[in-house]
Write a protein that binds this ligand. Structure first.
Ligand SMILES: Nc1ncnc2c1ncn2[C@@H]1O[C@H](COP(=O)(O)OP(=O)(O)OP(=O)(O)O)[C@@H](O)[C@H]1O
Ligand SMILES: [Mg+2]
Length: 396
């Protein structure tokens, strides 16, 4: 009896290459259908009510400013309701909220969103915050320091298709550039520029330690901090998204930051992991900063309770632990776990990109109000940090 040879079902490296090509093609196709007609994201439009809320105007004052005619009056839609473009909305915010904008001699406040646990909503928080601040009139630069490029994707750019290595912070890491200016790219969202990321950025994890060994006075942890100096005078806020690890790039982001935001879902594992994050961070900064006789301080460190599930009884217990541990660092607002991002197309955007007409009104309102509150609280901290800068300049 002859033994029949079984068909070879093992998966070769070539099979994996073919699979990877297929996955990339599917992503490209998905993007084209979701972002039809031209596969580019477009920014939302805003109602009179939304502008009034952003600008803190009541109906009478809003009507008065509309009649005065010195600000954009928008366009009437098919239902005879006034709609304003994002640019118009920002013009309103800058004018009406002029006292809340960056003072002339102050520099951008840099905020890193970090937590070495994966999937805790770092990227969502970073992008939402950037959008909320830009809607309030601020000019924002976002920098994707995560080779996964999720933030880049949320801005409608596919990391491996639309982004070249030269557009990322990699050249800073290699030392061929000293200022981030070369990599700044405009986005679909007026008022937000991005320095995108792609997988090539991963090689920074080899470049930075290698330069540390070979270049005498090189300090790998200061590369981004020095690299964004020019941007600090051009933007109001710089937001850094980080990868779920304490990598060389994440350390750069943390040490470039004036403020830190740590999104933290109230689950036991996320809480214990956050403790390890701070242990490791303290150990690292002791070696890099304190032991060299230098100091580093932050204007604010916020713990943001994120993806809070109202139906999960255990989250109440963990919330207590978080409050006991992080005390007044915990922001007085919680981001609910929401079905908002459950639809596939919403995965390409945030609450600010979502058309309220397309989803359940209560679901939208809960998520939107929570993020607005976060933006409001962080804007307050940014203003305090600007005042601190001015105080230092005048020797107060
Ligand atoms: N409030 C929310 N409720 C439910 N799901 C959410 C919420 N916010 C974000 N998500 C979803 O959770 C997932 C992880 O979010 P996100 O990518 O922002 O996390 P991350 O911390 O940046 O992840 P990574 O560690 O991979 O960088 C995404 O699918 C996102 O759409
Ligand atoms: Mg992320």
């Amino acid at each position: 009896m002859s033994i029949k040879k079984k068909p070879d079902t093992r998966i070769s490296l070539n099979d994996l290459i073919a699979t990877s090509n297929r996955v990339s093609a599917v992503i490209e196709r998905v993007r084209s259908t979701m972002l039809a007609p031209d596969a580019r994201k477009t920014s939302p439009t805003f109602s009179t009510n939304q502008i009034a809320t952003i600008c803190g105007l009541d109906k009478a004052k809003m009507d008065y400013r509309l009649k005065k005619g010195d600000l954009p009056i928008g366009k009437m839609d098919a239902g005879h309701r006034r709609r304003f473009s994002l640019e118009d909305t920002r013009t309103w915010a800058k004018s009406v909220r002029s006292k809340l904008m960056r003072p002339q001699n102050a520099e951008a406040i840099t905020i890193a969103v970090a937590n070495f646990k994966g999937g805790v909503t770092k990227t969502t928080t970073a992008v939402t915050l950037a959008q909320g601040l830009s809607l309030r009139g601020h000019n924002v630069l976002v920098i994707d320091t995560d080779p996964q490029g999720s933030m880049t994707t949320l801005f409608g750019l596919l990391p491996d298709v639309d982004v070249s290595d030269e557009q990322t912070i990699l050249s800073l890491c290699y030392g061929s550039e000293v200022s981030i200016d070369y990599a700044v790219t405009p986005t679909y969202w007026s008022g937000i520029d991005i320095v995108p990321a792609n997988l090539g950025l991963y090689s920074a994890e080899f470049a930075l330690p290698s330069r540390q060994k070979t270049e005498g006075s090189f300090e790998f942890w200061n590369v981004l901090d020095h690299g964004i100096d020019t941007a600090r005078t051009k933007y109001d806020v710089i937001i850094l998204d980080t990868s779920p690890s304490l990598s060389y790039l994440t350390i750069n982001a943390l040490l470039a930051a004036d403020g830190l935001i740590m999104p933290l879902p109230p689950s036991t594992l996320d809480f214990t992991s956050s403790g390890q994050f701070w242990n490791l961070f303290n150990e690292l900064t002791a070696n890099l900063v304190t032991n060299r006789g230098k100091t580093k301080s932050f204007d604010f460190v916020d713990v943001l309770l994120a993806r809070v599930d109202a139906n999960d009884a255990s989250s109440n217990v963990v919330r207590e632990w978080i409050t006991a541990g992080y005390a007044n660092m915990v922001l007085p607002v919680e981001i609910p776990k929401t079905a908002l991002t459950a639809s596939a197309s919403a995965e390409f955007g945030t609450v600010y990109d979502t058309d309220p007409a397309t989803i359940n009104a209560r679901t939208y309102r809960r998520a939107f109000d929570a993020y607005e509150r976060v933006v409001e609280l962080v804007e307050g901290q940014i203003q305090t940090a600007w005042n601190r800068q001015l105080g230092e300049q005048y020797g107060a």
